[in-house]
Design a protein around this ligand. Structure first.
Ligand SMILES: [Zn+2]
Length: 558
C-alpha cells in the first residue's frame, strides 16, 4: 500500500495571531531602568482570557510609583521577578490561575527589593513581561502550549495519527477497548473541534479532537480490533502507529494464541525452577524478561524461541551479568504465566486481569528531580523519594514477587525516575495507570513533614470523590482503615487516623486508592526510625500482609 496522508487538521486561522505572538515570545531577560525611590506594589491581579483566539493569563502588578530594574529568572517551573527598590507586603495569594497555580511575594529589607514568584503548571508555558509607558504597571502574560496539527495516514506499511504541538508535548494515553484516549494538559486545541471517520484507512477508524475553550486537549482514536498500537514521542511530536496483528487472519478470525504465546526449550542443566521473571513495564514500553542462569545464547541460536501470538512484537536473547535474558516486547501490557511442558517452557500471555487474580499498583511517591521532603540526619541528607522507594519497591517487591504471593504487583516507577517533569501531570499519569494496567487497588507511599519538629505519627489519606465500593464491596476509605490499623499496630507509631483529602492520586483514581504518610521526617526521632532498616522492613511486610488480607476480605471474583 502506498504512503498517504488521509487528512491533516491545521491551526485555526483565528488562532494564528495569538499562536504567533506566543511562539515568538522570548523569555524576557531583564527590565532595566534605574529608579531611586521605593515603589510600593499595591496589587497583583489576574485576568483570565479564555477564547478561541487568545487564550492566556495576564497578571497585572500595580505600583504607586515607577518600577525599577527587574531581573527575571526561571528555576524549574518557578518564574521569579526580582524588582529593585520595591516593597511588597509579604504574602501568598491564591489567584486561582490555571497556567500559574500559586503566586507569592517576598520583601527583602536589606537589599530593598521584592521577589515575586509564579508557580507555573508546566515548564512548557511561555511568558512575556511588559512595563507600561508610565512604568507604574508591569504585566506578566502566560501562554499555554498549542496543538498545531493532527494528521492521519499511512507510512512504511503502518498507519499513523500524528500530533504536533508548539512546545514539548505531554500526553496521557488511556486504552479502553478499541478506543485510545489521549489527554494533553495545559495545551490548547489549536485545530478546533473536529471529528472524522476514515474509510480509506483500515486501522484508524475515526479520530476526534475536542477542547476549544480550556487548557486541555482531548483526542480519541478509534482503531480496528485487528490492529495493535505503539507510540513514538519526539519533542513536540507524538505519533500513534497502528499495525495489523500478523495472525489476525483474513476470515474475520481475530483471536490470538495467548494460551501458548511462546515456547522455548531449556538447555541442559537448567531446570524450570531456575527460571526467574521480571516485568520491565516502563510507561508505554511493555517488556517481560525471562532470566536463566549462565550464558545460553548459543543454545538459543540453535533452538530459537517460537512465537505464536500477534501481541508479541520482538524477542531478544542476550547474556547480561551472568544470566541469559529472554526479553519479550509486546504491543500492549501483558500479564504472563510460565508452565513446564515435556519439551521445555510454555508462556501464556494475556490481559493482566485475565492472568492474575489480584493486582495492585504501588506508587513510591516522587522520584527523579522531585525529591519530596528532605532533612538531614547525622550530617547525611535524607530524601523522601529514596525512603518511599526503599520501602515500597526494594523491600516490598520481594514479598509481592515471591512464588507464593497471591498478589501481582506493578509499580508507577521502578527506579529513581519520573515520566513528566511537571508534578501535576506526573500525578495525573500515576492515577491513570491504575486503569491502564487493570489494577484492583492503588497504594501510594509518602513521608510527612512539617515546619515544626513536634508532629509525629502515621496517617492515611483517601478522597471521598473516589470512594465508591468496587465490585467486591471495597472502598478507598476501608482500604485506608485496614492499612492504618495494621501500620500503627505493627510499627508502634502514633495513630493520626484516616483522613479525607483531595489529592490527585487518590481523587483522580478509578480504583480504591490511598496515600500513606508513614511518619514525619521533620521530627528527628521519627526521621531516624524511618531511616532504620528494621523499621523499613516491618513497614514493607505490613503493607504486603495488609494488601493480601484486603484481597481475602474483598475477593475480586476472578
Ligand atoms: Zn511526599
Amino acid at each position: 500500500m502506498p504512503d498517504t496522508t488521509l487528512f491533516q487538521w491545521g491551526l485555526l486561522t483565528e488562532l494564528l495571531e495569538s499562536y504567533t505572538i506566543a511562539s515568538n515570545t522570548v523569555n524576557t531577560a531583564e527590565i532595566s531602568q534605574d529608579v531611586i525611590s521605593t515603589a510600593f506594589i499595591e496589587s497583583v491581579t489576574l485576568t483570565q482570557i479564555l477564547g478561541n483566539s487568545s487564550q492566556k493569563e495576564v497578571y497585572t502588578i500595580k505600583a504607586n510609583s515607577p518600577i525599577s530594574k527587574t531581573t527575571i529568572t526561571e528555576e524549574g517551573n518557578i518564574l521569579k521577578l526580582l524588582i529593585n527598590n520595591a516593597y511588597i507586603n509579604t504574602a501568598a495569594y491564591n489567584l486561582s490561575g490555571i497556567l500559574a497555580g500559586e503566586f507569592s511575594g517576598v520583601y527583602h529589607a536589606i537589599e530593598n527589593n521584592s521577589e515575586l514568584s509564579f508557580k507555573l503548571s508546566s515548564t512548557d508555558i511561555k511568558y512575556a513581561i511588559d512595563l507600561s509607558e508610565d512604568k507604574y504597571t508591569m504585566t506578566v502574560t502566560l501562554y499555554p502550549n498549542y496543538v498545531n496539527t493532527i494528521a492521519a495516514g499511512r507510512k512504511n506499511g503502518e498507519e499513523f495519527v500524528a500530533i504536533t504541538a508548539m512546545e514539548d508535548i505531554s500526553v496521557t494515553l488511556t486504552e479502553s477497548g478499541n478506543y485510545l484516549m489521549l489527554q494533553l494538559p495545559f495545551t490548547v486545541n489549536g485545530v478546533g473541534n473536529n471529528n472524522t471517520e476514515s474509510s480509506s484507512l483500515e486501522g484508524v477508524k475515526a479520530v476526534s479532537v475536542t477542547g476549544i475553550n480550556d487548557y486541555t486537549t482531548n483526542i480519541t482514536i478509534e482503531k480496528s480490533e485487528a490492529y495493535t498500537y505503539r507510540v513514538d514521542r519526539n519533542k513536540n511530536t507524538y505519533t500513534v502507529f497502528l499495525t495489523k496483528s500478523f495472525d489476525s487472519g483474513n476470515s474475520g478470525e481475530t483471536e490470538t494464541n495467548t494460551e501458548n504465546a511462546l515456547q522455548f526449550k531449556l538447555p541442559e542443566g537448567v531446570t524450570f525452577s531456575d527460571i526467574t521473571t521480571e516485568d520491565r513495564y516502563r510507561y508505554y514500553q511493555n517488556k517481560i524478561a525471562i532470566l536463566l542462569p549462565g550464558d545460553q545464547t548459543q543454545f538459543y541460536d540453535e533452538n530459537p524461541v517460537t512465537v505464536s501470538a500477534g501481541v508479541v512484537q520482538d524477542v531478544t536473547v542476550s547474556y547480561v551479568g551472568n544470566q541469559t535474558e529472554i526479553v519479550i516486547v509486546t504491543s500492549k501490557l501483558q500479564g504472563f504465566k510460565l508452565s513446564e511442558t515435556n519439551n521445555g517452557v510454555s508462556v501464556k500471555l494475556g490481559d493482566p486481569r485475565d492472568i492474575y487474580q489480584n493486582i495492585v499498583l504501588l506508587d513510591p511517591g516522587h522520584g527523579g528531580n522531585a525529591a519530596g521532603a528532605t532533612r538531614t540526619l547525622k550530617g547525611v541528607k535524607i530524601m523522601e523519594k529514596d525512603l518511599n522507594q526503599q520501602i515500597l519497591y526494594n523491600l516490598a517487591k520481594e514479598y509481592f514477587n515471591a512464588p507464593d504471593s497471591p498478589v501481582k504487583v506493578y509499580y508507577t516507577r521502578y527506579g529513581d525516575e519520573v515520566r513528566y517533569s511537571n508534578t501535576t501531570t506526573e500525578n495525573y499519569d500515576r492515577a491513570a495507570q491504575a486503569k491502564r494496567i487493570g489494577a484492583d487497588l492503588y497504594v501510594s507511599l509518602h513521608m510527612n513533614s512539617n515546619t515544626k519538629t513536634s508532629p509525629v505519627g502515621t496517617e492515611v489519606y483517601y478522597n471521598s470523590k473516589n470512594n465508591k465500593a468496587n465490585g467486591s464491596g471495597l472502598t478507598s476509605k476501608r482500604l485506608g482503615e485496614m492499612l492504618q490499623t495494621a501500620l500503627v499496630q505493627n510499627l508502634g507509631t502514633v495513630n493520626r487516623g484516616v483522613k479525607d483529602k483531595s489529592l490527585i492520586v487518590t481523587r483522580e483514581n478509578s480504583v480504591p486508592a490511598v496515600l500513606i504518610e508513614l511518619g514525619f521526617m521533620s521530627n528527628p526521632q521519627e526521621l531516624a526510625l524511618l531511616n532504620d532498616p528494621v523499621f523499613q522492613e516491618k513497614a514493607a511486610k505490613t503493607i504486603y500482609d495488609t494488601i493480601c488480607q484486603v484481597f481475602e476480605e474483598y475477593p475480586t471474583g476472578r
